[in-house]
Each structure stands twice: as structure tokens, then as C-alpha cells.
Design a binder for this molecule. Structure first.
Ligand code: 5GP
Ligand code: ZN
Length: 123
């Protein structure tokens, strides 16, 4: 789609730090990271927002989400269990949708945000 920033990133017309690519998806580093690891997963084809998706998009959406644990592992933030079985590390997977959802770029993207304290929100 013309004048879409993430379409241009997918077409390599705008540079980005690419961390994963296949025929359908691209993952790259967020330019303004909120945490030590902040990656964005996008479909290469233009989809404006999650509300433009329906059941037919389930395989693509599933592929995007399934990429998150692999990226988390490759970037050192995958959930692991210590010797007592307590979970360690971790990350957030976020899709912002629409103005009330905080979406700024209208090309569907999944944030993968993780890393060590102190950035983590208190519970
Ligand atoms: P949203 O608020 O739409 O969910 O998130 C958009 C994200 O895209 C933001 O975290 C922002 O930092 C990131 N972003 C905006 N422009 C660029 C860019 O040109 N390159 C990269 N790599 N990330 C961008
Ligand atoms: Zn686009």
C-alpha cells in the first residue's frame, strides 16, 4: 500500500534491523524500544489493523504469534524455569488496535517486548 511505512519496510525501501524474514512475515527492531528487547512482527501484505481481520486470517495471525517465542528465545528473554520450577524472564506480546488501543502505525504489527528489570511494570 502506498505511503504505508511498514509496507515500505517490508519492501526494504526504508531500512530496518531485520531479525526474521520468510515469505509471509518480517520481524524487525522497534526504532524507539520500550525495553531491552522490542521487536515488531508484521505481515508482508498490508492489513491495516486487527479489526480488518476475520477467521480467514487465523493462519497468518497464528504464524505471527507463534513466531514470538522463537524470537524471544533468540533474544534471550524466553520464559525458562529455575531448579525450583519457578518461571524466569519473559516478555509481552501486544497488538495495539485503533486510536483507543494506542495504534500509531496502521499496518498490523505484533510487539514482542521483554528484557530484565527495571522496565517491567509492577504487578
Ligand atoms: P503502535 O503504537 O502502532 O502499536 O506501534 C508502532 C511502533 O512502530 C512504535 O513502537 C514505534 O516506535 C515503531 N516505529 C515507528 N516508526 C518506525 C520506523 O520507521 N522503524 C521502526 N523500526 N519502528 C518504527
Ligand atoms: Zn502497509
Amino acid at each position: 500500500m502506498e505511503n504505508c511505512l511498514f509496507c515500505k519496510i517490508a519492501e526494504k525501501k526504508i531500512p530496518s534491523t531485520i531479525v526474521y524474514e520468510d515469505e509471509e512475515l518480517l520481524a524487525f527492531k522497534d526504532i524507539h524500544p520500550h525495553a531491552p528487547v522490542h521487536l515488531l512482527v508484521i505481515p508482508k501484505t498490508h492489513i491495516g489493523t486487527l479489526s480488518d481481520c476475520s477467521a480467514g486470517h487465523a493462519p497468518l495471525l497464528g504464524k505471527m504469534l507463534a513466531l514470538a517465542p522463537r524470537l524471544a528465545d533468540e533474544h534471550g528473554v524466553a520464559v525458562a524455569y529455575d531448579e525450583d520450577g519457578a518461571p524466569q524472564r519473559g516478555y509481552k506480546t501486544v497488538i495495539n488496535s485503533g486510536p483507543d488501543g494506542g495504534q500509531e502505525i496502521y499496518h498490523l504489527h505484533l510487539h514482542v517486548i521483554g528484557g530484565p528489570h527495571p522496565w517491567r511494570h509492577e504487578r
